[in-house]
Design a protein around this ligand. Structure first.
Ligand code: BGC
Ligand code: BGC
Length: 638
């Protein structure tokens, strides 16, 4: 008996000591014929050609001839990077640039076509004239995977129109602290939702024959205090349970590329995390595709710069995304292989992964970009059909949080639309819209997007615009469009003295609502935001309140469908809503879960609203939210 107990104890210890077991095996997508072709290519490649295959420079740092000369395997355009630096670049300009790179790559004796990656994270958002879908935070609120599949397919088709092949999407972040500036790029705070939506996005992109990229591996949404590129200090079991689920199913669905995260896990940068990149992802899970590094992400590894980082390659990065220093990296890696610092087997493995992906997506035999499926087909860009799906997505993403006998509105009412975002398209699009931060544009830069005011006006002719609420005569009801203004990545983090309290960051919104209150005008507030915020002041000043997140180009018509009662609200929160200024992290499943609106909340027109008057205090207004003790300690050491 004692022996048996001892054996059981021993077994349970063994299990704990082998964390790899929690990561499931993925089905392999290798086949013998392709593997033979890959080996044959590799046997004919010089070291220079192999290393070139592993490098992905950004187009702003590329000159004509570089793809051929350095045998480059890939290129990318970052957020706000367009052919010839022209934000109005035509489809023709995109396609002919793609042709140019392709032709250079095919001059090489091995004929390995270059692959072009892009961030089409809510539609093909760097391209003038494209369709703009809601950001993922809103797509999560739709709870509609079939819709996400269609969004993915349309995004893929518009990518194809410009002659590109590879989308750095979907973001599979499970965001735990909404202060993170990338919260809106996430489908939600809950692993299963991210899994279902992320997988649907991969399936949609597959339909359009566009390579997807699961990012950012792994734990990007779990950093302490929501700091962008920060540290994830949880157990490996939790990493798997919370942040891993999306990868398991997205990779099964055919995401053949993975992007490493800027963040660290237990203090070690993901870009040099051999255990998670190689032992877990490639060996234990059996991922056969390629791992690409993030934007100069290798430069944050200890002892590295963007031009020199054998550590990242040794850890399992197969392709490096580099800006200014890509040539340095090229020469350094060649010499590191010659000196034996990086074994040639690692290089061959990386190149075989890159080639495998290129074979699997049919790129190896594809004609030049301008001759490919849908290429140059202007009728596909923001077509009526695409925009109708964007409108459906926007409508289904809006969540009704309060409705004190005001909605739906009567079309005959005299309606004024107020607030800084009433007629400002960029505020409904958010970051990653024509540019990285998305904040430098006019409505005319988005010819296929309709502002909220315009969308309402199309439905009800009597609607008028008065952003500052300066003339409130002859008004029956107001629609106030307020919220955050665009941001991306680190500039979007809420840090230091800032809290989740919207009023502290954007006091002008309460000013507008107060004017309406003083004039005794009932108000429907539409909040545009990239995350759940503490908005008790704004809620108290509103009769109805809609969390619209970043609803995209069709926000206007979508809102009109809802507020006039043609359609009912179906959106449900994909993030828990805070009841105080520093209530973060706040996630479904927390021990003392006490949000203002729970994960999954969302009223319909059939629901009665019992929302009482809310507490408006802001205890952390002066000092900001306290960081977790560990984080504070780490920072005091810096
Ligand atoms: C680029 C983005 C990139 C960011 C990273 C920007 O300049 O356009 O694509 O993600 O820099 O810091
Ligand atoms: C972002 C990635 C993006 C890359 C290229 C980085 O700053 O973290 O999500 O794919 O830039 O634009």
């Amino acid at each position: 008996m004692v022996k048996l107990l001892f054996l059981l104890l021993l077994l349970s210890c063994v299990e704990k000591e082998d964390p790899k077991k929690i990561w499931p095996k993925l089905p392999s997508f290798r086949d013998n014929l392709t593997e033979e072709k890959i080996q044959e290519k590799i046997s004919k490649m010089s070291l220079e050609e192999k290393v070139g295959q592993m490098i992905q420079p950004e187009i702003r740092w590329l000159s004509r001839g570089d793809v051929e000369k350095y045998h480059l395997g890939s290129v990318l355009n970052g957020g706000g990077s367009w052919p010839q630096g022209n934000k109005f670049a035509s489809v023709q300009a995109w396609v002919s640039m793609a042709d140019g790179f392709w032709e250079e790559s095919m001059k090489g004796k091995n004929k390995i076509p270059v692959i072009w990656g892009v961030d089409a994270v809510h539609g093909h958002n760097n391209v003038y004239n494209a369709t703009f879908f809601p950001h993922n935070i809103g797509l999560g609120a739709t709870r509609d995977p079939d819709l996400i599949r269609r969004v993915g397919e349309i995004t893929g088709k518009e990518i194809r129109v410009t002659g590109l092949d590879w989308n750095f999407s979907p973001v599979l972040a499970v965001v735990r602290d909404d202060r993170w500036g990338r919260t809106y790029e996430s489908f939600g705070e809950e692993p299963e939702l991210v899994r279902d939506m992320g997988t649907a996005m991969v399936e949609g992109l597959n339909e359009a024959h566009v390579l997807s990229c699961a990012k950012h591996y792994i734990g990007d949404g779990g950093t302490e205090n929501g700091i962008n590129t920060g540290n994830v200090d949880i157990s490996e079991e939790e990493l798997w349970r919370i942040h891993g689920q999306g990868y398991i199913s997205a990779l099964k669905a055919g995401a053949l590329s993975v992007m490493a995260s800027f963040s660290s896990f237990q203090g070690e940068k993901m870009h040099s995390h051999k255990y998670l990149l190689t032992d877990v992802l490639k060996k234990q899970m059996g991922f056969d595709g390629l791992v690409v590094s993030d934007w100069d992400g290798i430069s944050y590894v200890k002892g590295c710069s963007a031009g020199n980082c054998p550590q990242a390659i040794l850890a399992g990065i197969d392709m490096v995304m580099i800006t200014a220093e890509w040539k340095k990296f090229y020469y350094n890696l060649i010499s590191q292989v010659q000196k034996g610092i990086v074994p040639i087997e690692r290089i061959d493995d990386a190149v075989s992964r890159i080639l495998r992906v290129k074979y699997k997506i049919g790129l190896m035999d594809a004609p030049k970009p301008s001759e490919r499926f849908l290429s140059g087909d202007l009728s596909q860009l923001a077509s009526l059909e695409h925009r109708l799906v964007a409108r459906e997505a926007a409508r289904k993403s809006m969540v009704l949080l309060k409705n004190k006998n005001l909605l739906p509105l009567d079309l005959k009412k005299r309606i004024v639309v107020v607030g800084k975002s009433a007629n400002k398209v960029q505020n409904q699009l958010g970051g990653w819209s024509l540019s990285w931060l998305g904040k430098e544009h006019d409505n005319s830069d988005f010819p296929n997007a309709i502002s909220i005011f315009k969308g309402l006006k199309e439905k009800a002719a009597s609607v008028r615009l008065d952003e500052t609420a300066s003339n409130l005569k002859d008004v029956d009801v107001a629609i106030a469009v307020i919220g955050e203004t665009p941001y991306a990545e680190t500039p979007g983090d809420i840090t230091g003295k800032e809290t989740l309290e919207h009023f502290n960051r954007y006091p002008e919104d309460v000013q507008v609502l107060k004017k309406l209150k003083a004039a005794k005008i009932p108000v429907v507030t539409v909040l545009l935001s990239g995350r759940a915020l503490y908005v008790n002041k704004e809620l108290n000043l509103s009769d109805a309140f809609i969390a619209a997140f970043l609803p995209g180009g069709e926000a206007g018509p979508a809102l009109a469908d809802l507020v006039f009662g043609e359609q009912d609200f179906t959106g449900k929160l994909s993030f828990s809503w805070p009841r105080s200024d520093c209530q973060t992290p706040l996630n479904i499943g927390d021990k003392n879960y006490d949000p203002l609106f729970s994960y999954g909340y969302g009223l319909t027109y059939r629901d009665l609203d019992y929302l009482p008057n809310l507490d408006e205090s802001s205890p952390h207004k002066v000092k900001g939210c306290t960081s977790s003790p560990k984080f504070a300690k780490a920072h005091s050491l810096l």
